[in-house]
Design a protein around this ligand. Structure first.
Ligand code: SAM
Ligand code: SF4
Length: 367
């Protein structure tokens, strides 16, 4: 059995210009993008082993001592709120397997964000939904990559489709709707379910978001041929149930939304690989081990754990966040075939400094 590291550690380019970051005003990067949205990861651990995310083998998770405590995370969230963050999504790994997560959500809710949501594999959602709603969570996103039980078991490798569907029902019953459903499409594995998921969106009223497979699987098996482009998904659904765009094209949300022209529900396309939306990106991520990550696809991270644990002030934490955001690149460039190196060439490429395949998996970054 191989042990696959999913948290290789933070690094930064030596001269990223972040020291010129402003000390006040909106949380902005050098390209003028104001940041108002954060993904807060509470753990890199997971009870599932989805094919596009974690290997089935033994996985080397972050040592518990290196994971931010809930009081530390609450402090970071408070600093972020004061920097102008208005929307928070709690994620992981699987956020609902961390003990105490409901109380943590309660403390986040007390900070008064405009929108507080959580992304989950739903394995524990049926049990926790009432408590999460009572704690002040606004809504949940549930990941579900197949509506066929055997295939669900093959892709997600743990858990059962029935408990995920029951979790969605429980979330709605508790008032955590509308439940958005995340589907990562993998060519040849589940893309024949595009119309089934579109029908599911129509029948349940749950917006289904089709996500392109990104080069963020810990095993490093991603390849371009497995990506199902969002525009292909649109073509297939539109041919059966005509779609029309919803909302403002300048909206920084990653999903491009469409409603069914007959008014029965909506879908979203998250085309991070084939149609990057970097120009309007307003997101940053806090990893479970306390790094600020300004882009899913950039390994430029700034650790705030050391600041927190060495008695740093809130102003110092805030400045570290500002610097991390200031250093954000204009675009991720992953659709440039010359940029992405196979993970197998990591050692050489890192040594030569031209390595662009992200070093952390989606579960370790906080998707
Ligand atoms: N464990 C929770 C879940 O599965 O919903 C939250 C964390 S998970 C990393 C967040 C989202 O990232 C899920 O919808 C998951 O399917 C997606 N994801 C994981 N690996 C991915 C990849 N390589 N490409 C695209 N999406 C991915
Ligand atoms: Fe776990 Fe979510 Fe990754 Fe699946 S996608 S392995 S549920 S973190």
């Amino acid at each position: 059995m191989t042990t696959v590291p999913v948290s290789i550690g933070a690094r930064r380019a030596p001269d990223d210009g972040s020291s010129t970051a402003p000390h006040d005003g909106p949380l902005v990067d050098r390209h003028g993008r104001v940041h108002t949205d954060v993904r807060l990861s509470v753990t890199d651990r997971c009870n599932f082993r989805c094919a596009h995310c974690l290997p089935d083998d033994d996985v080397a998770f972050t040592p518990r001592a290196d994971v931010l405590s809930f009081p530390e995370l609450t402090r970071v969230a408070t600093v972020l709120r004061d920097l102008g963050i208005t929307t928070v999504r709690v994620t992981g790994g699987e956020p609902l397997i961390r003990a105490g997560v409901v109380d943590f959500v309660r403390s986040l809710a007390g900070l008064g964000f405009a929108d507080l949501s959580l992304t989950t594999n739903a394995s524990r959602l049926a049990a926790l939904a009432p408590g999460l709603a009572d704690a002040g969570l606004d809504r949940v996103n549930v990941s579900c990559d197949s509506l066929r039980p055997e295939r669900f078991a093959r892709i997600r490798r743990r858990g059962e489709l029935s408990e995920v569907l029951a979790g969605m029902d429980a979330a709605e019953a508790a008032g955590l709707g509308p439940v958005k459903v995340n589907v990562v499409l993998l060519a040849g594995q589940n893309d024949d379910e595009v119309l089934d998921f579109a029908r599911f969106a129509r029948d349940t009223g749950r917006p289904v978001r089709f996500i392109e497979f990104m080069p963020l699987d810990a095993a490093g098996h991603w390849d371009r041929a497995q990506v199902v482009p969002g525009r292909e998904v649109h073509r297939r659904i539109h041919a059966t149930w005509p779609l029309e765009p919803v909302g403002d094209p300048a909206d920084p949300a990653p999903a491009t939304r469409y409603r069914f022209a007959d008014g029965q529900g909506e879908i979203g396309l998250i085309s991070s690989v084939t149609e990057p939306f970097c120009g309007t990106c307003n997101r940053l991520r806090i990893t479970a081990d306390g790094a600020v990550r300004n882009c899913l696809f950039s390994d430029d991270e700034r650790s705030i754990r050391a600041v927190l644990r060495s008695g740093g002030s809130d102003a110092e934490v805030a400045l570290a966040v500002r610097r991390a955001v200031w250093g954000k690149r204009a675009g991720h460039g992953i659709d440039d075939p010359t940029l992405l190196q196979p993970r197998a060439t990591t050692a050489t490429a890192t040594a030569t400094g031209d390595f662009h395949h992200p070093r952390r998996s989606m579960s370790a970054i906080g998707g």
